[in-house]
Design a binder for this molecule. Structure first.
Ligand code: FEO
Length: 403
């Protein structure tokens, strides 16, 4: 049976959920599942905006055929050619022989690469700002390269002022019946997954997201329909503000995330003491994470949330403890910048982790390392405790200075 939601009288959500997939892109844990959103517009012409992942083909096709109610499908707009949204192009082409695929030159190149389809006579190539009339509805196309892949475009429906935004404004998490932002408590239940989705999937491309936001700022947008997660029709400003901050690499909060690695609990002890002392001084929403047992995508999301990061790790093979090395690699790969950093190292005979962490931070933009760097020789002693309290004071002073 079909499983759809009406967005307006003429536009229907025909997507679906996957709660079985353990790792999105075989990389990111998604304990709350993921949705693949697809939208069908019924007018004099019928148009589908993107398809869905192969995992939900059966439900997706049922949704599309039910909503079409015996009509044919005229257009398939491919805003994004990543297979989580494109796995059903061939099925639709077979079912609807007159179907035209709407995309750009890069879209069609990727269709060929992934699926090797014969698209002869089946394509409509659009350029920036081109329009496609459907009857009362008109689609207009704006390119948004590298949000998240080079072929990405977004589609604006002019009569109902709906932006079909591709991956932008999406989130991990399956749709639990409630599809719209005013049907859920996004700030309580969804923001962590939305942040983790943005920062890890699109985080590297902040300048391109800024360019897209600027390009779209002239449009009157009433509804945002992304390819994953809830649809935005009530509090668009909430999400636009988050995207603006994330893509400028500006923290959401002036607070501290402490990322520690600890082989026998001594570095963890220093992290906990620092967190408690910061809390005693009034700092709220502090995060403390065991880097070895927390997925790096969660750490990245927290690094985007917080203004101050403390990296605490043992020396290992005369270098950086491997789990911390992995976090630093991702921070650089995702272009994280503009953070204030505290460093804590441990080393029982030749501590060198902090020096090596600082060298990697120096390769990132505008990462300010506070003094002192705290060195533990195996475990905290009077001298290192004193140094830890000095770091605490430096963090507090830095947090206060920019308020
Ligand atoms: Fe949801 Fe970039 O694909």
């Amino acid at each position: 049976m079909h499983c759809t939601r009406n967005i307006t009288d003429a536009i229907t959500w025909v997507g679906g959920n996957d709660r079985r997939l353990a790792l999105f892109e075989n990389l990111f844990p998604i304990p709350r599942g993921v949705s693949y959103n697809s939208y069908l517009i019924m007018d004099e012409k019928t148009a589908l905006i993107d398809t869905a992942d192969a995992a939900i083909t059966r439900q997706f096709i049922e949704n599309v055929t039910h909503t079409l109610a015996g009509r044919s499908l005229d257009y398939l707009v491919v805003n994004h050619m990543e297979p989580d949204h494109c796995a059903n192009i061939d099925e639709l082409m077979l079912r609807y022989p007159d179907l035209k695929i709407v995309g750009n030159a890069k879209t069609f190149g990727l269709i060929q690469q992934f699926y090797g389809m014969d698209l002869q006579g089946r394509t409509i190539a659009v350029k920036e700002n081109d329009a496609l009339p459907l009857g009362k509805h008109t689609l207009r196309f704006y390119f948004a390269p590298m949000v998240h892949w080079p072929e990405v475009m977004v589609t604006y429906e002019e009569s109902e002022k709906i932006l079909f935004s591709a991956d932008a404004f999406g989130s991990f998490g399956a749709i639990n019946g409630n599809l719209f932002d005013d049907e859920i408590d996004f700030d309580r239940d969804w923001i962590a997954d939305a942040r983790r989705y943005y920062t890890n999937i699109v985080g590297k491309y902040g300048p391109q997201v800024q360019a897209a936001l600027k390009k779209l700022s002239g449009l009157e947008i009433r509804t945002i329909c992304p390819l994953h997660g809830p649809i935005w029709r009530s509090d668009l400003g909430y999400l636009l503000n988050k995207y603006d901050r994330w893509s400028r690499y500006e923290p959401e909060e002036r607070t501290v995330a402490i990322f520690y690695c600890s082989m026998y609990g001594d570095t963890e002890n220093a992290a906990d003491i620092l967190a408690a002392q910061l809390a005693e001084a009034g700092i709220k929403n502090i995060g403390v994470y065991d880097v070895s047992s927390t997925h790096v995508s969660t750490l990245i999301a927290e690094a985007f949330r917080c203004s101050h990061l403390v990296l605490a790790a043992p020396t290992y093979n005369n270098g950086i403890y491997p789990a911390m090395m992995n976090l630093l690699h991702d921070m650089k790969a995702l272009n994280l910048q503009n953070r204030t950093i505290g460093l804590i190292e441990n080393g029982s005979w030749a501590p060198s982790c902090a020096k090596n962490m600082r060298a990697l931070l120096d390769e990132m933009k505008n990462m300010q390392v506070l003094e002192p760097v705290v060195t533990l020789k195996s475990s905290l002693n009077d001298a290192s405790q004193e140094s830890l309290m000095q770091l605490k004071d430096a963090i507090l002073s830095s947090l206060a200075s920019k308020e």
